[in-house]
Design a protein around this ligand. Structure first.
Ligand SMILES: C[S@@+](CC[C@H](N)C(=O)[O-])C[C@H]1O[C@@H](n2cnc3c(N)ncnc32)[C@H](O)[C@@H]1O
Length: 209
């Protein structure tokens, strides 16, 4: 039986009830590694399902022009407060990726981290994101792998909300070159919710010139 996606209200409550930032304040280690690559040159970026903005602020602090989308108003309000405290500018939109059509522009990088939702929403979000990647631009995806459903430590327990590497790669068109495609065990240390060993899918792709 397909379980419903975690609702916007549930996410709003999680963010409002959190005594400390849910996923910490440091960026994803995967993203940090990508931004540290000698060939990573994105001057603009779009973050999808950005939550309270730990990842988008990381790139904004490096001088990129940054946009972000999340359907949680509570997360977006927290993100905006942290942006101001950090003296950073991120253009934030509250929108549901299940229906959002994207911006009428493209970006040097589009980043989707930890969107765990039913396959139709994840697939649509990947397609919407890929459509906004500039020529020679980057697409980054990170999320829990389906095998993580068996773990009671973190992430959804429903496989339909989780990533399968082969299926996710099949959503990426041939004009993208796959730089990294990994499915396996990673030690996470990201706030109170993502802490410890977990099975992850990680993809780095680049649109050909
Ligand atoms: C696990 S959190 C990750 C947040 C952020 N990417 C990070 O790594 O800190 C998942 C985020 O996805 C957002 N989300 C879930 N479903 C969504 C949807 N359909 N449209 C937009 N955002 C969604 C939630 O509000 C939440 O902020």
């Amino acid at each position: 039986m397909t379980r419903p996606a975690t609702s916007r209200e549930t996410w709003n409550s999680r963010y409002r009830d959190a005594a400390v930032p849910l996923f910490g304040t440091a960026p994803s280690e995967f993203l940090r590694g990508i931004v540290g690559r000698s060939d990573f040159d994105a001057r603009s970026a779009l973050f999808l399902a950005d939550g309270d903005g730990r990842n988008s602020r990381f790139l904004a602090a490096r001088g990129a022009e940054v946009f972000a989308v999340d359907f949680s108003r509570a997360a977006t309000e927290q993100a905006r407060r942290q942006d101001i405290e950090a003296g950073l500018s991120v253009s934030r939109v509250v929108a549901d990726l299940a229906t959002w059509r994207g911006f009428a522009r493209r970006f040097g990088a589009v980043i989707l981290i930890a969107l765990h939702s039913e396959e139709a929403v994840r697939h649509r979000t990947v397609e919407t994101g890929l459509a906004q990647v500039d020529d020679n631009g980057w697409f980054v995806l990170e999320g829990f792998a389906a095998s993580q459903a068996d773990s009671d430590t973190m992430g959804p327990s429903a496989t339909e909300k989780l990533y399968d590497l082969a299926t996710t790669l099949s959503w990426i068109p041939a004009d993208f070159e796959i730089y990294e495609a990994l499915e396996g065990r990673v030690l996470l240390a990201e706030g109170t919710r993502h802490d410890g060993p977990a099975d992850m899918v990680r993809i780095l792709a680049r649109r050909r010139r």
